[in-house]
Design a protein around this ligand. Structure first.
Ligand code: FES
Length: 62
């Protein structure tokens, strides 16, 4: 599913960038381009980031 229509970035691309080390919206924008045009996808990207980073932290603690 596209999360950023302006840059045609999918949720899978965002998750992959997070898994490869991107941990801020700025880094995700630099990696994928998402969020750098109109900004309407900012909340979706933040939600993906929060969810994924939280999951990574939980897995590290287990
Ligand atoms: S939808 Fe992502 S910058 Fe416009």
């Amino acid at each position: 599913m596209y999360v950023c229509v302006c840059k045609a970035v999918t949720d899978n691309q965002v998750v992959r960038a997070i898994d490869q080390g991107a941990c801020t919206r700025r880094q995700l924008m630099q990696c994928t381009g998402a969020g750098g045009v109109c900004g309407k996808c900012t909340q979706s990207i933040k939600s993906l980031l929060d969810e994924r980073v939280c999951r990574q932290r939980t897995m590290q603690q287990a």
